[in-house]
Design a protein around this ligand. Structure first.
Ligand SMILES: C=C(O[C@H]1C=C[C@H](C(=O)CCC(=O)O)[C@@H](C(=O)O)[C@@H]1O)C(=O)O
Length: 259
């Protein structure tokens, strides 16, 4: 019996369950800025993904790993008849794969799907290969550099351009407890280069995408996705960047509750 994924629970047990999936380098602790507000409306179940947080020792097989992560999540959530699902960035990409599986197996179990700054998938084989190459290069830096130097480079990527120096340093400090070896399998196994193009989910179920006004890349992705699938509920959060729940927690919680 494989070790279960770690889960942190809070909020009102009598309220509807909300499952939360953090992003790369994160953990259940990442939801702290919005925990109080979400806990008033949901029974929150924040998962630590493989290699992260209290699931640090949970490892995955060779890439691609989306199916394996989805099976681990289904095993961890088997006691929940139905739940709302929220995923941030890498966690949102995993949430898309989980939603696809649930929609095929037991669609009634997924009460709603909300993505925060998550890519729906690449469409061309060449794009996927280029992404796999880029992610391998980031992986190699993660293994070779001191972690704080990796994090300095990581949080200077374009999607994090909104971060003021103090906020960037706080992000870096919050991530310094990670184990680069432990992070490796999830990062490579759930690379965007391995992800399916799951845009069509926006036409088969209610799907909300939140992007930050100051994250031009993912806001543009959301606008293009909504143009192709007008049923996508794309909300742009004013003043926020890629990590909306950290930089605009009030607006994030309000958008989630209004979805
Ligand atoms: C830089 C890009 O993509 C990466 C950025 C965000 C994702 C993530 O999980 C970040 C979590 C955080 O540090 O707050 C990550 C992912 O989805 O795997 C991406 O690799 C980009 O330009 O697409």
């Amino acid at each position: 019996m494989p070790e279960p994924l770690a889960v942190t629970r809070w909020g009102q047990p009598e309220c509807p369950p909300l499952v939360l999936l953090h992003g790369f380098l994160g953990s259940a602790d990442d939801w702290q800025p919005v925990a109080s507000q979400l806990g008033q409306h949901f029974h929150c179940h924040a998962i630590d993904l493989p290699g992260h947080g209290q699931s640090r020792d949970i490892q995955l097989g060779p890439p691609p790993a989306f199916d394996e992560v989805v099976q681990r999540l289904l095993a961890r959530l088997s006691a929940l008849p139905a739940f709302h699902l929220l995923g941030y960035s890498l966690g949102g990409r995993i949430a898309l794969h989980l939603a696809q599986q649930l929609d095929q197996q037991a669609p009634q179990r997924l009460l709603s799907l909300t993505l925060e700054s998550a890519h729906p998938g690449l469409t061309e084989a060449e794009q996927k290969q280029q992404r796999l190459t880029a992610d391998q290069q980031w992986h190699d830096r993660l293994q070779q550099l001191p972690l704080h130097k990796f994090l300095e480079q990581w949080y200077r990527q374009g999607v994090f351009a909104d971060l003021a120096p103090a906020r960037r340093q706080a992000m870096i400090q919050a991530r310094r407890g990670n184990d680069p070896q432990a992070l490796s399998a999830l990062y490579l196994g759930t690379s965007l280069g391995h992800q399916q193009d799951l845009r069509t989910l926006a036409s088969t179920r209610p799907l909300t995408l939140l992007t930050g006004e100051r994250d031009s890349k993912f806001t543009a992705l959301g606008q293009a996705w909504a143009a192709q699938y007008p049923t996508l509920n794309h909300r742009v959060i004013t003043g926020a960047g890629h990590n909306i729940h950290a930089t605009a927690p009030q607006a994030f919680a309000q958008a989630l509750l209004q979805r």
